[in-house]
Design a protein around this ligand. Structure first.
Ligand SMILES: [Zn+2]
Length: 234
């Protein structure tokens, strides 16, 4: 086997170890983002539900105030009935009392409806908040687990990366870059064996000329179909 191809094959073994050690670690940021988006959604829903309830409470207070003011006004108008000087004034005051009373009744009716609505809003706000709290707990647990997984794995990963650096030593930079690109894009198989003139990376047949070059061991040979770097299997 060509000296550099042998080195790449050894490097690939170490890279596979690194990949298997970091596989679940590498997925953590994406998983964290996914969970965070969900959590943010629930938080927004809880905030909106709380705001709707608060808005209804403000409206309810203002309807209460309107009804109380109307009652006070009616009381005042009733007192005026005792001091009016003629029938026309008396009738006008009665008319005014009736009008204020109607307004008060409307405010009271709306207030009652709003109270019912507030019960629903309260239930909705509580359940939205509970859903958020539950998800937040799960999210925090996830973060803690992720952190302890990273910490546990840190030494092993560091050791594997050191072995990786040692294994990459002495490989020409261009070839190393080519290998690294293939490792990423060819499903962690950049250096593939050839069996019976078939590339074991893509299962296409390689040319007799390439077989001869592989036997000669003096050139780095690539598969014409998948571009993987090839070596002769036993
Ligand atoms: Zn191939």
């Amino acid at each position: 086997m060509h000296e550099h191809v042998q080195k790449l094959l050894d490097l690939q073994k170490v890279d596979l170890e690194v990949s298997s050690l970091t596989k679940d670690l590498d997925q953590l940021p994406e998983e964290q983002q996914r969970r965070k988006r969900r959590l943010d959604q629930l938080e927004r829903a809880a905030d909106e539900a709380a705001a709707a309830l608060q808005q209804a409470e403000v409206e309810s207070r203002s309807l209460d105030t309107a009804a109380r003011d109307a009652d006070a006004q009616i009381k005042k108008l009733n007192e005026r009935l005792n001091v009016v000087r003629n029938n026309a004034e008396y009738q006008a005051t009665l008319f005014e009392i009736e009008s204020v009373r109607k307004d008060r009744d409307v405010a009271q009716e709306e207030g009652l409806k709003l109270l019912e609505r507030m019960e629903e809003l309260k239930v909705a706000a509580e359940s939205a908040q509970a859903a958020y709290d539950e998800e937040k707990k799960i999210y925090d647990e996830f973060l803690a687990e992720a952190e302890s997984l990273r910490a546990e794995r840190a030494d092993e990963v560091a050791a594997a990366r050191a072995r990786r650096d040692a294994a990459a030593d002495g490989i020409p930079p261009d070839l190393l870059r080519e290998y690294e690109g293939l490792y990423k894009t060819r499903d962690h198989l950049a250096v593939a064996p050839v069996e019976d003139a078939y590339c074991q990376g893509c299962y296409n047949k390689i040319t007799m000329n390439d077989v001869a070059r592989l036997m000669g061991k003096s050139a780095v040979v690539r598969c014409g179909s998948c571009q993987r770097i090839l070596y002769m299997a036993r």
